[in-house]
Unconditional design. Sequence first.
Length: 266
Amino acid sequence: MRREAAVRTPPPVRSKGAPGGVRQASPRVLAIAGGVVVVAAIAIVLGIVLSRGGKPAPTDLPKVGSATWEGALQGSTDVRKLFKGIPEHGLVLGSLNAPATLTEFIDLQCPVCQVFETQQLPTLIQKYVRTGKLDVQMQPWAIRGPASVTGQSATIAASLQNKAFQFAEMLYLNQGAENSGWLNENMIGLASASVDGLRPAKVLSEMSSSGVKSAVTGVDRRAATANFEYTPTLLLNRKGKTPRVVSQGLPSLSTLEAEIESAARS
């Protein structure tokens, strides 16, 4: 997928003791999160009030999102093109009859996930999802601090309108530095308003709903049970078989494609 020149592509980040090109849950970040959240909240409020850069506040958003809305975030028309016509059911992209499933555990703040989602996943969508060989199951996870929890809840809320993948792609194309205050209510509203058919107010209101909280608990429990530590973590299986981990961190695209081809025909 062509990305606009203004979109920042952060380099893969290597965490100490982690496999190459992965993002690991940081105990230090999680330990100080309680103190950071107060400072971050103040920064977010000031940022929204003082530096919108001409972008509208959540109350100025359209009732229904559109890739061609005048305030749409960069990359919105590319996202429209990438996902147009592909069936979506909650957190699943593609035909439910596809022979193989790729499951992705991703953090909306993770820069390595950003590379996978914007540079590799589009290829997989075009070659395997569109052709009915593969569906993709998204598991929005939160391991990088308080803002990751916000992104997780917002993405699951968007999934209730069957727009999780478009919404997540918009966030990745406009990703800021981790826990810098970028992933706030304003960004969630703007990303929602940049996706065709997505209702921003509904996303914002449902982030704290019981259904979203239950889904968050389910993702977190699945990751904890499997002892996952890194994002992105990718699992692959043929329908009816047990998913297996095929990558922790940024995969080799050619290797992943070969794995998908094998799973789809076996």
